[in-house]
Design a protein around this ligand. Structure first.
Ligand SMILES: NC(=O)C1=CN([C@@H]2O[C@H](COP(=O)(O)OP(=O)(O)OC[C@H]3O[C@@H](n4cnc5c(N)ncnc54)[C@H](OP(=O)(O)O)[C@@H]3O)[C@@H](O)[C@H]2O)C=CC1
Ligand SMILES: O=C(O)C(=O)[C@@H](O)[C@H](O)C(=O)CO
Length: 278
């Protein structure tokens, strides 16, 4: 099964479907990631915050798949926004993953009340210039945060990774990303499972002979976003991968768009200023 790719604003290509590892225990991450790689995933989304970068790196090495065939994303944790801290934390991420460079590196949260993300972005530009990341981007940035980066720095982020699912369709921010050549990545794409019993989605699933998760992931793919559902259950890892041999109609996509209720499963980026360990 060939996974579609998206070309980022610096020419780097990313598989549109990946595997997320948030909340996978460090000692279970190697096995879970190996399962995803066996099933066919070639894009893994991790973060320093998840405490499981080592397991991801071990799985990629143990899989025997050439490094350049697996796209690895990690994220700079909230306690490392200061310029020198960001550079040091990046080196630690590379050491934990056991790689020379990540494919994509993101500022995990803007933390607007702290207010130092422009300095952090300058560190990201240095990390990119030093070839420690093939592409750099942000996560959980609102339009105002992006506008500050445009005004005060040189590089437009390649990616904005934000919460998106049928109950939080984010069409305004996604359109803003797109106007500025920033690819949107949709985190918690099935809303941590919360959308799977929605009658609009289950009806489409029944009509298509698919599961609600497959319909929801297919909706993301047809809207053009990048997704990386998480599962520690092999049958679900397979199910979530098996979404490229059917299509939703324009009406199906519109019906799922209509489920938006601006509901977040995770923190509001305008209010989240949490620094782990402090
Ligand atoms: N940048 C950021 O701030 C954030 C980024 N992320 C990224 O996004 C990824 C995905 O988001 P996440 O929050 O994990 O949530 P998801 O929307 O991917 O949902 C994961 C949950 O759904 C279950 N599940 C997965 N597939 C199926 C299926 N086919 N049928 C029924 N249940 C299923 C999983 O259970 P089980 O594992 O038990 O099978 C798990 O409980 C993360 O792993 C992380 O990489 C997530 C949150 C914030
Ligand atoms: O999963 C992530 O990438 C996150 O940032 C979350 O852990 C987020 O910080 C959260 O859910 C906090 O409760």
């Amino acid at each position: 099964m060939s996974i579609p790719t998206i070309t980022l604003n610096n020419g780097v290509t990313i598989p549109q479907l990946g595997f997320g590892v948030f909340k996978i225990e460090p000692d279970k991450t190697k096995a879970a990631t190996l399962t995803a790689l066996e099933v066919g995933y070639r894009h893994i989304d991790t973060a320093e915050m998840y405490g499981n970068e080592k397991g991801v790196g071990e799985a990629v090495r143990e899989s025997g798949i050439p490094r350049d065939e697996v796209f690895i994303t990690s994220k700079l944790n909230n306690g490392f926004h200061a310029y020198d801290d960001a550079l040091r934390a990046t080196d630690q991420t590379l050491a934990d993953l056991g790689v020379d460079a990540v494919d994509l590196f993101l500022i995990h949260w803007p933390m607007p009340a702290v207010g130092d993300f422009v300095e952090t972005w300058r560190a990201m530009e240095k990390i990119y210039a030093d070839s420690k990341a093939r592409a750099i981007g942000v996560s959980n940035f609102q339009q105002t945060h992006l506008e500050r980066l445009f005004a005060e720095t040189e590089t437009v982020p390649a990616v904005n990774q934000i919460e998106v699912h049928p109950y939080l369709t984010q069409n305004v921010l996604r359109a803003f990303d797109s106007e500025h050549d920033i690819a949107t990545e949709a985190w918690s794409p099935i809303a941590k499972g919360e959308v799977l019993d929605n009658p609009v989605i289950t009806k489409i699933a029944t009509e298509k002979g698919r599961t609600a998760a497959q319909v929801t992931l297919r909706w993301h793919i047809q809207r053009g976003d990048i997704v990386f559902p998480k599962s520690v259950t092999r049958s679900r890892v397979e199910e979530n991968f098996d979404i490229f041999d059917f299509e939703l109609s324009v009406e199906d996509v519109a019906a799922i768009d209509g489920l938006n209720r601006n509901y977040r499963t995770g923190p509001d980026p305008d209010e989240f200023n949490f620094i782990p360990g402090r």
